[in-house]
Design a protein around this ligand. Structure first.
Ligand SMILES: [Zn+2]
Ligand SMILES: [Zn+2]
Length: 387
């Protein structure tokens, strides 16, 4: 590829650092959206704004073919207090690019520039800059605002950086790659009182503890051993003092699965166990069960295309098919329900023990910027190759 490599990469790195310094939470990425849109307009793209509030689609047409492809980058940050100590650390305390979406956006902008300069394709390219991957399902919101009606894509692709995968490796997977996620809040309604007189109370802590232990039997005793699923009680709040029995206990669960039938089964069992355990203690529960993102399922033909391309791009030793999906979740799932496509991980490990995604010391590995950027250029040009 004949590109002004060092010049282009200095700009991509500067973009990444600017985005990192100026993080914004999902659906309020107003400055980020302005910044990205201005760059794309300057490169000659048709820029459509306002899908899912801050989302952007940048379109470039060349030649006569109606073939089209969409490449997506997310650009929202997380509510985390940064501890990287980087010179370009977040200027907004408590908001941080701790998932590397700054890097995803910088790479796609870098590719946008090279693709526009080269114009080495025949067809329609849609670059999708998406808000709110972390919280509100920006992918789905963009689709609700007509993403694929207004910008038909023959296929869609996206990547995520992964500090747990060796540097420069492409981790692909046909079929399920990420899990569906649901969240459940269970509130046990007891009757508070003096810690010395438990007989006059209904202790929600004891009941809550029983519910948590009983929940452990769902995966081990109810779900088929071959169906991957997780129930994590991530929070349990009750009480303030040793001599006070509180009025209520609250727990918050994260539930992961792949098969929609298993997903229903998990919800039913959680409800039955929470209600049944509470009833056995003479207490009631309130259950607020929220369905989150669906499972991310890659399509075969597009994953094959990705594997071929990555193998030619990086070498066979840098490309592998994941033996198992991950239990994390991703709203690109919704795009893959409407359009064929594939989502993959790009390894960015610096050491054997990098801070993971969502960690206050996580910092996107800039060394991957040239690889991710040029790979998107290759993908766009190959998918839209002149026939
Ligand atoms: Zn994340
Ligand atoms: Zn992410």
């Amino acid at each position: 590829m004949t590109i002004q490599f060092s010049n282009d990469m200095a700009e991509v790195t500067a973009t990444r650092h600017y985005l990192h310094e100026n993080p914004e939470i999902g659906l309020s990425e107003f400055n980020t959206s302005d910044y990205v849109a201005e760059k794309l307009l300057a490169l000659g793209y048709e820029v459509t704004r306002g899908l899912a509030k801050t989302g952007i689609v940048a379109t470039l047409r060349h030649g006569t073919s109606t073939r089209s492809v969409g490449i997506r980058a997310d650009f929202d940050a997380l509510p985390i207090l940064e501890e990287t100590g980087a010179p370009y650390a977040s200027k907004t305390p408590g908001v941080m690019h701790a998932c590397g979406h700054d890097g995803h956006t910088a790479m796609l902008l870098g590719a946008a520039k090279i693709i526009a300069e080269r114009r080495n394709f025949d067809g329609v390219l849609h670059l999708i800059f998406q808000p709110a991957e972390e919280n509100f399902g920006g992918a789905k919101l963009m689709m609700d605002d007509g993403l694929f009606d207004k910008f038909p894509c023959d296929a869609v692709f996206a990547l995520h950086n992964d500090p747990g995968v060796p540097f420069g490796q492409f981790a692909l997977r046909e079929g399920p790659i990420m899990a569906a996620v649901d969240e459940c809040k269970i509130t046990v309604d007891g009757r508070g009182g003096h810690g010395a007189e438990p007989q006059d109370t209904l202790d929600p802590i004891v009941c809550g503890a029983s519910i948590i232990m009983a929940l452990q039997t769902i995966i081990s005793r109810n779900i088929h051993p071959i169906d991957p699923s997780v129930i994590t009680v991530g929070a349990f709040h009750a009480g303030m003092a040793s001599n006070v029995i509180p009025e209520r206990a609250e727990m918050v669960l994260s539930i992961r699965s792949f098969d929609p039938k298993v997903r229903d089964q998990l919800e039913n069992r959680i409800r039955t166990i929470a209600e049944g355990q509470a009833a056995s203690y003479g207490m009631g529960v309130t259950i607020d069960y929220q369905r989150g993102y669906n499972a991310t399922i890659n399509h075969k033909a597009e994953t094959d295309f990705l594997r071929d391309l990555a193998t030619r791009f990086a070498g066979a030793d840098k490309v592998f098919d994941m033996a198992r999906p991950t239990m994390g979740s991703e709203d690109f799932a919704y795009m893959l329900e409407e359009r064929p496509g594939s989502y993959f991980f790009l390894g960015t490990a610096r050491t054997d023990n990098d801070p993971p995604l969502h960690h206050p010391r996580f910092d996107f590995n800039d060394d991957i910027l040239p690889i991710g950027t040029t790979f998107w250029v290759e993908l766009a040009e190959k998918w839209l190759e002149a026939k």
